[in-house]
Design a protein. Sequence first.
Length: 144
Amino acid sequence: MARNPLPSKKCSRIKNNGDPCGLYAIQGGSVCHKHGGSAPQVKKKAAERIAEAADDAAALLVQFMEDPKNDVKVRTQIAQDLLNRAGYNSRQAVDLTVSKFDEAVANGEFLIDLGESDANEIAALEVLAEPEHKVQLRKRRTQR
């Protein structure tokens, strides 16, 4: 099993005067940002160590979960934690937005381009079973 790179530790480098650096190493690394911790290859290796540690931790959790000696409640909590970390959350936020068009369709409000229709065709159109509140609203609009 790999060592856990996550605890904060001091930089492993020595300053020019012979003293230890004293700054904290980057997460998953052994050196601080002043001694090469900002280099892309160092960041990449540190990320690999962190991912490896996460895999090891997940494997250990699976062992605990499968151990019949552990209480069922603990095993259930471990299973839930593993599912949450894998992205299978029991609660997920859903962002719904309704466009003006969808809102108009839902309310039964349609805009129809009649083009160059004559007045007789327009007069022949009628609204079937229009809700009473819409009739009242239209009356108020025409009274203004």
